[in-house]
Design a protein around this ligand. Structure first.
Ligand SMILES: [Zn+2]
Length: 477
């Protein structure tokens, strides 16, 4: 059979099983984006999930040289993988191996299913923090699943509905499809996209804010998707101009936010519901539902018929014990051109999840804790392991801080934790410094070499809204 027909047949099967909803857009009052699949009983979800896993592993082995080589080296055959639990027999691979593969075998590397190359409809370039890019070719068929289901379900879970408006604040980067994907997906949902900076006809900030406020008279919900620090910045602008934040829903992208950050954002965007959304570089989404958001729980949903994940030990590749921290490892059940099987995201997620139905009604797996940082930022002080997240949680309890901080990692096992914390107080202030140091040392249980710095001292990474929270000069191990 022609390989594209395999993919097309698979999509037909997804439609029959209910994984792809075909009567779009959903009506505003519908509770679920895709009730046929999102509320299935557990045994049915697992049966669909496992059959998709078997199919994708077989596809990847037959069509992708990268996986064939990787799995042959370990002596594993597709027939060894029959269910979700078996996935951990397969090795984890990460960004570095695909960057090398694309460099050695340009332009796509050996992960690509060559048979599908004539059918490529979209070239996505994922942006890497190192400045390099991974090229991701997709066919129209895969692209449609993104638009129709992956993103549709995620936005619906967050409370976005037809008749609403999505305000884009970040300029679109050439070649990056993430934002244009959002827009196309929202079009199908019947949601208007208004790109504030992108259109750029309102150079005056005050006019722009007033116009955004006007939009709320005709559109509901008013939604946006940003980094937490940008939400604070935006909220302060509204405050200065003296208008209420127009947002009904604010989605925070990136890593998890501390309860304190949630409070701060909520104080500035009073009406808004705040959902946390985790996105992998290959555009797989883990959204927090409205039920969790209303309770400030940061629990995230995983649509197990389309992709599955594990919290695994980065060294052994095996799942970590319940409750322990591991690397988030993702397997896609629909990527055919660039199969994605046991991709190590290098992000840390505690292995806490449930398959009990959520308060929102969805019956798929739900992570009870969010992604809390990056594996590469794990550091040790006197033998004790930490993530920047652990420090961030405590900084949130310190009075008068901007909550912006910077860790300096200069040894693989440090004697003291070197830390800069921004404050609104006048400096120097020895009493305050003693107080802050005491809080940090008591809660972290290690000595802290603290430097208090004035607000706006710690820089953001060029071209982003992310603060340079970690300066890592530890060198290679
Ligand atoms: Zn839920």
């Amino acid at each position: 059979m022609n390989p594209i027909n395999h993919l097309r047949d698979y999509i037909e099967q997804l439609k029959k099983e209910g994984s792809i909803r075909t009567d779009l857009p959903p009506r505003k009052e519908e509770r679920f984006y895709n009730p046929a699949i999102e509320t299935l009983p557990r045994d049915k979800i697992e049966a669909i999930r496992d059959s998709h896993i078997c199919y994708m592993v077989k596809w990847a082995y037959e069509k992708s040289e990268f996986y064939r080589r990787l799995w042959d080296e370990k002596g594993i055959k597709p027939s060894d993988i029959n269910c979700y639990e078996d996935l951990e027999k397969l090795p984890i691979w990460r960004r570095d191996s695909i960057l090398k593969d694309q460099k050695d075998n340009p332009p796509y590397g050996t992960r690509v299913a060559n048979d599908l190359l004539p059918y490529i409809n979209k070239l996505h370039k994922s942006v890497e923090s190192s400045g390099t890019r991974v090229l991701l070719p997709w066919t129209l068929e895969e692209w449609s699943i993104f638009l129709q289901e992956v993103w549709g379900r995620a936005f619906w879970i967050c409370g976005w509905r037809p008749g609403g408006v999505y305000i884009v604040h970040v300029p679109l980067e050439k070649g990056d499809t993430s934002d244009s994907l959002t827009m196309l997906s929202l079009k199908r949902l019947g949601i208007l996209t208004y790109a504030e900076d992108y259109v750029g006809f309102m150079r005056n900030r005050e006019d722009a804010i007033n116009f955004t406020s006007l939009l709320k008279t005709n559109f509901k919900p008013v939604c946006t998707l940003l980094s937490p620090n940008f939400f604070l910045k935006l909220g302060h602008q509204f405050e200065r101009i003296g208008v209420d934040s127009p947002f009904d829903i604010v989605n925070v992208k990136g890593k998890a936010i501390t309860p304190k950050m949630r409070q701060e954002i909520a104080a500035l965007h009073k009406k808004a519901m705040l959902n946390y959304v985790y996105e992998t570089t290959e555009l797989i989404l883990f959204p927090e539902c409205s039920w969790s958001a209303e309770r400030g729980l940061s629990q995230i949903h995983e649509p197990e018929d389309l992709y599955v994940s594990e919290s695994a030990d980065p060294e052994t590749g095996k799942k970590v014990c319940q409750g322990k921290r591991g690397e988030l490892v993702v397997t896609s059940l629909f990527h055919h051109t660039m199969p994605l099987i046991r991709f190590g995201t290098e992000d840390v997620i505690p292995n806490k999840w449930t398959t009990e139905p959520c308060g929102c009604g969805i019956t798929h797996k739900r992570w009870l804790a969010p992604v809390i940082g990056s594996v590469k930022n794990i550091f040790k002080v006197r033998g004790k392991e930490f993530l920047p997240w652990d420090v961030e949680l405590i900084i949130a309890d310190i009075p008068s801080t901007t909550m912006v901080y910077q860790l300096i990692l200069d040894d693989w096992d440090m004697d003291t934790l070197k830390l800069k914390v921004e404050t609104f107080r006048d400096l120097p202030n020895q009493d305050y410094e003693r107080e802050v140091k005491k809080i940090l040392e008591e809660k972290l249980g290690v000595p802290v070499d603290l430097e208090l710095v004035p607000s706006r001292t710690i820089p953001v990474y060029p071209g982003s809204f992310k603060f340079e929270n970690v300066v890592d000069v530890r060198g290679r191990r």
